[in-house]
Design a protein around this ligand. Structure first.
Ligand code: F6R
Length: 622
């Protein structure tokens, strides 16, 4: 996890470093630190806690200099503390490093370096890196970094500076993301593009084991053997505003509202009424499909939950057996993967370590691999045989929303594509699904227009300790996602159950006043079972669906469209619900009042919507 940045130019480095880190805080926020070269000396400022602590320190003790590196941490080795904060420095000099990733062989390297007279202060795996670079340093920082990385096992994106070569940053990546920004008379490194977007749109997307040297003369990229690499510039075309909150009080709320557009963009060029579904570079022949023994959808968290939607779509439409697997489990099972298997890795970030590891293992076996991801140039997108992008735009909030609904849409497109290839898709059916998909953006708008009612209901359940989400079929998959959302950002224990399953044990927990969120479809008798035990039921039902009001305490209506697609709308309701519960928003007097209220209630309650405790956006560790 963690985020790193670096700056070489003519301006005060710390200004960019702080701004860049603020854009990367979603990657971790246990501590923040910078190192700046000032008159040939490396000066470090670092602090446990949020970036604001570091900013405060800098206001009393500024760091001058035009070259520097910075870091925002999500702790993996060693508790969040000042001493464990990055940058880390060698005990024998001033080689200074920021690191994102995990060094797996750090304890043996530490033992060895200790025997060479190096001292260690922190509990981090990172501290071996500056010491190792110092050990190999012989007047050339680039060469020393190359030699040090030969000894490192694990993942890393590194930014390295030294007072002995005060004109440069050396950087490298392996299995952790790193980009280079090329500005006018200034250059940058960062873990993610939004960090540099206010300064440049010209980016190098670094590959593993590419080394970069940034100086005032510009950027040079090298192989480990010193050969120069001519990198192509990737021009960022999305709007700067896409990475900002755009008037919303949190990225999550903004991203929830972006779903109509995200869904539309994801379908653009892929779904048209009189044309076959076009999945770009993902192409199978009928023979390949005929020979396919199985499909695995492998993912984590919310992406896994979208995978559950995918199973239903593909099995329903294409009648191919699909197993959805949690990536971190799949790696440690003995799954039946052959060269006739299709492995679909589903990941918003395209950098999730567990999902990436499954992809790599599958490739070794010779399975066909398809990535469905939101981040162009991400590791998963580059390493899979083919890729379908969800065009959701950058998702900054830790809690995934628009990535989920666009993944669910892509899952439907994949189901249609495979069904068509098998000759199973009747043209009327195809037209119905396409119509429903094309209608989806405006229907999501309709759901968003109900946020006042949802906010009101959220207030009713905001003080609960436990919640149950019930659903059947696709709604059960949605229930799982709804329960995850509320856990993540509102810190309320919640469980999702298949409606019919509750009575096989868990119904023992239901007592008068227990709050249940029930996705109503095909489940009324199960709802009655809990109602008769005193539970209070918040139902989510389609408009015009007949509802026995004596059973439901509250009802949220969602628009009715083709049944296979409509459940995606339920997800939007659940996201809104989770959002509003987290912020304990009072009933609405207007959008502005709502947003202000959300902000103050969240602050009072201590829920930080975009940075929920213990979580980070991109989980690049196992
Ligand atoms: C939940 C959430 C996480 C991610 C999971 C996978 O809101 O964001 O559960 O879905 O860490 O991340 P990606 O999709 O980037 O592989």
């Amino acid at each position: 996890m963690c985020g790193i940045v670096g700056y070489v130019g003519k301006k005060k480095a710390s200004d960019f470093l702080i701004e860049g880190l603020s854009k990367l805080e979603y990657r971790g926020y246990d501590s923040a630190g910078i190192a700046v070269i000032n008159n040939g000396k490396v000066e470090i400022r670092k602090h446990k806690g949020r970036l604001s602590n570091l900013v405060e320190e800098l206001s009393n003790n500024s760091a001058e200099g035009t070259i520097g590196i910075g870091h925002t941490r999500w702790a993996t080795h060693g508790e969040p503390s000042d001493v464990n904060s990055h940058p880390h420095q060698t005990s024998k000099g001033d080689i200074t490093v920021v690191h994102n990733g995990i060094i797996e062989n750090y304890s043996e390297l530490t033992q060895w370096l200790k025997s060479e007279g190096y001292e260690f202060k922190s509990a981090t795996d990172t501290e071996v890196i500056p010491n190792l670079i110092h050990y190999y340093y012989n007047g050339n920082l680039f060469e020393a970094v190359v030699k040090a990385t030969e000894k490192l096992e694990g993942s890393y994106a590194l930014g390295v500076v030294s007072g002995q070569e005060p004109d440069k940053i050396v950087a490298v990546r392996k299995d952790s993301p790193l980009i280079v920004g090329i500005g006018q008379g200034e250059t940058f490194i960062a873990s993610d593009i939004p960090a540099v977007l206010n300064y440049t749109r010209d980016i190098y997307l670094l590959e593993d084991n590419e080394f970069v040297v940034l100086t005032n003369e510009g950027v040079e990229v090298f192989e480990a053997n010193g050969d120069k690499i001519n990198k192509e510039i990737y021009k960022v075309t999305w709007n700067e505003d896409a990475a900002e909150k755009g008037g919303y009080d949190s990225f999550m709320l903004k991203e929830i509202h972006e779903q109509p557009k995200a869904i539309k963009d994801t379908m653009a060029g892929r779904v048209a009424l009189n044309e076959k579904v076009n999945l770009g570079d993902f192409k199978l022949t009928s023979e390949e499909l005929e020979n396919m023994d199985r499909i695995y959808i492998v993912a984590c968290g919310t992406a896994y939950n979208a995978g559950l939607m995918g199973k239903v779509a593909i099995e329903d439409l294409a009648r191919i057996p699909v197993e959805v697997a949690i990536a971190s489990e799949f790696r440690y099972r003995n799954p039946i993967v052959t060269n006739k298997t299709l492995i679909v890795t589903l990941s918003q970030s395209g950098e999730t370590a567990d999902t990436l590891a499954v992809l790599r293992d599958a490739k070794k076996i010779g399975a066909k691999t398809l990535a469905i991801t939101n981040v162009v140039g991400s590791s998963i997108s580059r390493e899979a045989d083919s890729v379908i992008y969800t065009m959701a735009g950058p998702e900054i909030a830790v809690a995934s929303t628009k990535a989920y609904t666009t993944q669910a849409v892509v899952m439907n497109l994949l189901g249609m594509y495979l069904a068509d290839l098998k000759g199973l898709l009747k043209s009327e059916e195809e037209a119905e699904i396409k119509n429903a998909l094309l209608e989806l953006p405006s229907k999501v708008e309709e759901v968003l227009n109900q946020k006042a009612q949802i906010a009101k209901i959220a207030k009713l359940i905001s003080q609960e300790k436990d919640l149950f989400y019930l659903g059947r079929d696709v709604d059960y998959a949605l229930a799982i996602e709804g329960a995850l959302k509320i856990k993540e950002i509102a810190y309320i224990h919640s469980e999702a159950y298949a409606g019919g399953e509750l009575k096989h044990g868990t119904i023992a927990l239901i007592e008068p006043g227990t709050k249940i969120i029930a996705l109503k479809d095909k489940m009324i008798s199960n709802i009655r079972e809990v109602k008769s035990r005193g539970a209070e039921i918040i139902g989510i039902a389609y408009e015009n669906q007949e509802v026995d009001l004596s059973v439901f305490d509250e009802i949220i209506r969602i628009p009715q469209i083709s049944t296979r697609i409509a459940p995606i709308l339920g997800a939007v309701v659940l996201q809104l619900l989770a959002y509003y519960v987290a912020t304990r928003i009072a009933p609405i007097l207007g959008a502005v009042v709502l947003q202000l209220l959300a902000y103050y209630v969240a602050t009072e309650r201590g829920c930080d919507i975009d940075k929920p405790r213990n979580l980070a956006k991109s989980v690049t560790v196992e």
